[in-house]
Ligand binder design. Structure first.
Ligand SMILES: [Ca+2]
Ligand SMILES: [Ca+2]
Ligand SMILES: [Ca+2]
Ligand SMILES: [Ca+2]
Length: 706
């Protein structure tokens, strides 16, 4: 026993040192108590809901679950209990501890025997919302006993798909000794180990595996019998025990951003229809912040790529809003800030989701129905959100939508259900609605109302061939006046899903146009410029800039949400007076807009003509004068300008051009060698040199004396 305890101590002391720097122990149970720590764990009792055709009855009795000498022991007994022939225990950390990414390990000595099925595993926190397997399951270790299978463990993942690999001991079985079972898990992959040896890796970046980008809780259990292991027989020895020395969870805390909203403050109040500036502090110890996204509840309302991270939330309608932000690291890890509640105006029964009425022409996501609840913002026949997603506390039934950029759709439609949307119409005129619908039948029909007047008449939903097969259902045309209105989507007859509504003037297509810079600006490298465009609902645009008038483009940022209409750009360290911007589709195949006019960027220490930063325009007398064969002309310009310097003879005939191009603010020195355009020497005499630099112009006389 003494030797054993020393081994334990050594393993405890050494274990953390093998992890990458930054991994910190964030949760553990060393099982050093005399009973299970119920601040960390809960018992699951009963027959596991009949799942897997298991034969045990789980109890919380010490006969089935105990702690002693630093070990947790789960014991499977053969006994008659509550109508079952076996008892055992199953414990989990649901609602007490869950985590995302890091390393979780346990040191376990396994049981053995036909029909015995111990497991150390995890389920997604959202299991009650999306159920299994959508919540995701990570099996860190499972073993099925009997038939010589006790030398093998399984590491698996289930999400709707399944993935599994095994690890086998070269000699003996897992019941002979303690072994360490772990996974390391980050945004890219899950890696399974036994005693530090990798045996399984799963790429979790495909969107189908997004279940594994959420928090999971921990489960330990010892099942008896089931469809997978089979059932105990005469060879199975009881009792069987699973002994657990510890479970430890480590996370690389330095790899995650820390983030908080600095303005507005929690519980602050604003008048209605006001602009609210949101700012966030985001930083990390190890890595860089790539982006901060701002949210009102589940709706993204803005984003910022440079510090100070901020956005202006424009014309916020009366309502009570919960604000938060998510900071992303350059490796894709993210953290969410605490929530800040703001009160805007008062007395509003409904408020636009996202705070700002949707601009029309534009796209309204069906899931972005107004805030205000049942009877005000929507009517739904049952109080729960049957899909459980996006807005889980509202009764409208939202599920994931497979349509392009669909986000979520309203499903579980029932007759007479409705949702409302506050809209802001830019121009009066004739409009049309294109509704994205799906259905497996021809029973569905709907209509739209503006301010409680039916504007579309009944629209029948065709059979699209599936509940996630989408088509656009076009309304007839109707008139809309400029200003705020309330659009209502109404289900006349159930039997379809709805994703979004495009509301636009027939024959027009949305266009994205730059508003700022307008051209002529002069920006310093390293400063922050707010690039602005008319905000139309376009997802994932690319922004770029050129320093040579558009011959070559460099990327500023890809994947910007154009609907926010602003990008805070840290001006790069270049010198050019021929800068332009470009905004394109995500694939860069469609150019939405380029700058109409050029702007300038210069580094503050830029030296071309001089180290000086002239404040005034100056053209100096040439030197020497008279001259032969060469003379120097100095000039200063206080702004970046298009500069032309020309030489004329006494008759006013143009002899040569010395400068013809964009120049930065600075002091310049040029020479004239007494030659004309063709390189021929000109005769002795009086000549003039003229300069045109933006709005400045001057002319001076000089003498060539041979
Ligand atoms: Ca222990
Ligand atoms: Ca419902
Ligand atoms: Ca419903
Ligand atoms: Ca949608």
């Amino acid at each position: 026993m003494k030797v054993f305890l020393q081994f334990l101590l050594v393993s405890i002391l050494l274990t953390p040192s093998v992890f990458p720097q930054g991994y910190k122990l964030v949760w553990s149970d060393e099982f050093n108590d005399s009973t299970l720590d119920l601040s960390k764990w809960s018992f699951e009792t009963g027959n596991n809901h009949g799942y897997n055709s298991e034969m045990e009855y789980y109890t919380s009795r010490p006969q089935n679950c105990s702690e002693q000498n630093g070990l947790l022991t789960i014991t499977a007994l053969k006994e008659s209990y509550s109508g079952f022939n076996y008892t055992s225990a199953r414990i989990n950390t649901q609602n007490k501890f869950s985590f995302k990414y890091g390393k979780i390990e346990a040191r376990i000595k396994l049981p053995y025997g036909q029909g015995i099925w111990p497991a150390f595993w995890m389920l997604g926190d959202n299991i009650n919302q999306v159920s299994w397997p959508g919540c995701g399951e990570i099996d860190i270790m499972e073993m099925i006993g009997g038939q010589g299978r006790e030398n093998t463990v399984y590491g698996s993942a289930h999400w709707g798909g399944d993935y599994s690999k095994t690890y086998s001991l070269s000699s003996g079985i897992f019941a002979d000794n303690f072994h360490v079972f772990d996974i390391t898990w980050n945004q890219k992959q899950i890696v399974w180990h036994v005693d530090g040896i990798i045996y399984n890796t799963l790429d979790i970046t495909p969107s189908a595996l997004s279940s594994f980008q959420k928090n999971f809780f921990i489960i330990l259990n010892l099942a008896v019998g089931g469809t997978w292991p089979g059932y105990p027989d005469a060879s199975t020895v009881f009792p069987q025990t699973m002994q657990v020395d510890y479970i430890r969870v480590y996370q690389d805390t330095t790899a995650f951003p820390s983030v908080s909203i600095t303005t507005p403050q929690n519980n602050s109040s604003f008048p209605a229809d006001t602009n609210i500036v949101l700012t966030a502090n985001a930083s990390m110890l190890n890595g860089n912040i790539s982006k901060v996204e701002f949210y009102q509840d589940a709706k993204k309302i803005g984003e910022s790529y440079v510090s100070p991270y901020m956005m202006t939330w424009n014309n916020v309608a009366a309502g009570i809003y919960n604000l938060s932000c998510i900071a992303y690291s350059n490796t894709g890890l993210f953290s969410t800030s605490d929530t800040v509640k703001v009160n805007v105006g008062s007395g509003a029964k409904t408020s636009p989701y996202g705070g700002t009425p949707t601009k029309i022409p534009g796209t309204i996501e069906a899931e972005d129905f107004d805030l205000g609840g049942q009877g005000n913002a929507y009517y739904d026949t049952d109080v729960q959100n049957n899909g459980g997603l996006y807005r889980p506390t509202d009764g409208v039934d939202l599920e994931a939508c497979s349509d392009n950029n669909g986000g979520y759709d309203i499903g579980w439609t029932a007759n007479n259900e409705w949702t409302t949307y506050t809209i802001n119409v830019k121009d009066s005129g004739s409009y049309q609605i294109g509704a994205r619908v799906s259905s497996s039948s021809t029973s569905g029909s709907l209509h739209f109302e503006i301010d409680n007047n039916d504007v579309t008449g009944l629209m029948s939903v065709p059979n699209t061939g599936g509940w996630q097969t989408w088509t656009t259902l076009l309304s007839k045309e109707f008139n809309l006046s400029a200003g705020i209105h309330y659009l209502k989507f109404f289900v006349n007859s159930a039997g379809f899903n709805i994703n979004k509504f495009d509301v636009y003037m027939p024959g027009t297509t949305p266009s994205v146009n730059f508003i700022y810079p307008v051209g002529g600006e002069q920006f310093n490298a390293g400063s922050i410029v707010e690039i602005k465009w008319n905000s139309l609902k376009v997802n994932n645009v690319n922004l770029g800039y050129s320093t040579n008038g558009g011959s070559f483009w460099s990327s500023i940022q890809s994947g910007v949400d154009a609907e926010f209409g602003v990008y805070r750009w840290k001006v790069p360290s270049v010198n050019s007076s021929k800068c332009k911007l470009i905004i394109t589709s995500q694939t860069s195949t469609s150019i939405y807009d380029t700058s109409n006019s050029l702007f300038s960027i210069e580094t503050t220490n830029y030296v071309e003509g001089s180290v000086k930063k002239p404040e005034v325009f100056t053209l100096e007398q040439n030197y020497p004068n008279p001259f032969n064969p060469i003379t120097t002309i100095n000039y200063q310009i206080p702004n970046s300008s298009f500069v032309t310097v020309k030489i004329y003879d006494i008759l006013g005939k143009e002899i040569n051009t010395l400068v013809n191009g964009e120049k930065f603010r600075g002091e310049y020195s040029i020479t004239w060698n007494g030659k004309d355009f063709l390189g021929n020497d000109v005769p002795s005499g009086i000549y003039f040199y003229s300069i045109q630099a933006g709005e400045f112009a001057q002319i001076k006389k000089m003498v060539l004396l041979k």
